[in-house]
Design a protein around this ligand. Sequence first.
Ligand SMILES: [Zn+2]
Length: 170
Amino acid sequence: MRCPFCHHRGNRVIDSRNAREGDSIRRRRVCSSCKRRFTTFEHVEHALPMVVKKDSRREPFDRGKIVAGLKRACEKRPVSVETIDQVANRVEAAVLERGEAEVPSSFIGTTLMDELHRIDQVAYVRFASVYRSFKDIDEFMRELEDLMIRRREEPRDIIRPRGKKGEAAP
Ligand SMILES: [Zn+2]
């Protein structure tokens, strides 16, 4: 850490405190050469681990997938977007708390189930029944996507006029 005034490398910390956001530390330093003071900020690195799937493949932790799964499980339930966001944050925090470079996908699945169990029983049952029948969270998330796509397409299928057997559709 060089002094911004004289570029000397030596300095001494004279004060440390948490910055307003809480995830960085503000330090007042004094240059040991020119004696001028300057401030540095240290940020906690939110390095998320790789997710290890059942088949041993690795992929980066994806918060978006968790939110998508939660939204699907909570569809038409009295669960706010804010609650879903908080749950995703808690799952992410649980993953970070392990402090490991890798996390099994099953850990994410069970953490999600515990969280859902607390916020909405119906959403929990939906999630658990589907999740347990899949090999891993990824397969489950893919299935959710398929379900959502199918659901979007259904109304069009009903409206679309169909030709009778033997006739060409218009
Ligand atoms: Zn200096």
